[in-house]
Design a protein around this ligand. Sequence first.
Ligand code: PA5
Length: 445
Amino acid sequence: MISLNIEKTGDLISKEAIAAYESSVKEAQVKLEKGTGLGNDFLGWLHLPSSITQAHLTELQTTAKLLREQCDVVVVAGIGGSYLGARAVIEALSNSFTWLQEKRESPIMIYAGHNIGEDYLHELTEFLKDKKFGVINISKSGTTTETALAFRLLKKQCEDQRGKAVAKQVIVAVTDAQKGAARVTADQEGYQTFVIPDNVGGRFSVLTPVGLLPIAVAGFDIERLVAGAADMEKACGSEVPFAENPAAIYAATRNELYKQGKKIEILVNYNPKLHYVNEWWKQLYGESEGKENKGIFPAAVDFSTDLHSMGQWIQEGERIIFETVISVENPNHTLTVPSDEANLDGLNFLAGKRVDEVNKMAELGTQLAHVDGGVPNMRIVIPELSEYSIGQLLYFFEKACGISGYLLGVNPFNQPGVEAYKKNMFALLNKPGYEEESKAIRARL
Ligand code: PA5
């Protein structure tokens, strides 16, 4: 099981201060369980892992098999909660270099619909030109501009290259049961579809087909992923005593640090494969808590890489930060530093050691230095990068986020602030229905 250690949160946080959160955490848990808190129409994620049926997983695996058989490349089109979870899991579990090899067991997974970069989209269409590719179009609303724009291009290219009949088989939609343009298109074209439940918001949707389908297509075991999440659902359940509940302790500790003036939480990893777990986590906490002029700012770094860039700021910049480190206990491979007779690089003191031992000493040394520098540290240890552990990690963060948002006193399940840029963009692009806004915004320019 993954574990949480808050021993290194420094002098700022006493055991008593954390213990004092017991009743408010309980209250938050009751709100989640009974659906009496803010945003209670978006609690479908809470008991999702334990309610996923084998039949549902089999259906996903069957579609995944078909895409794997018919495609060398699968493009996942989606943005925010409709792509980050899948990418986080796929990149955490993938070999870093297989996609560059000619011979592969699984399709190359690439991503689109998460930006409006003309060069990116041009280069994507060029890359796909001679490829047998398929598309998973993911959008809950079915109307998100970034995703819809990319999908328009991908649909046309897929039909042109592979013919309408094959395109129908290799384009799959994950969207609302009824509404939105993605649903209309899928029904009209006869695509296979998977439904995103109404009561699961984007950033909590990784264990719905939004995440599970691409993860299965990439060749990973979604049954183990869900099993890990289900075990964590138990470990973080409302009946688990406060002191033994990792989600409760994490939520309480970060809120106490925030109260003490630590306005920025930096999620740290020491494994480059976790980069997109950082990205997923930033969205989960940023969109859930950053509202009403409140909320910890979620930042993230990849160490030791970023020790050579952000390390200076973290060690000696303004003391408004704390770190949450994700440490992977055991690598999946073994690599030992070779001995070198000439020792020109002076590295023989490392000869015979595992590379991971060097990494772990970088981690320990950094933790000590940062704590000395006034940066409270929490540490989450995951046994290894596997479907089961990652499933646990995802659910742990989701549950803690729900509790933490309620402790902060906000609705953790809405994102009203995301609309402001869209309104302006549609007004500037003269979208039908935005005539008044268009006039008003042009008057400001
Ligand atoms: O978490 C969220 O709700 C958002 O990040 C959405 O997932 C994102 O905006 C994409 O929305 P949609 O799935 O409707 O295209």
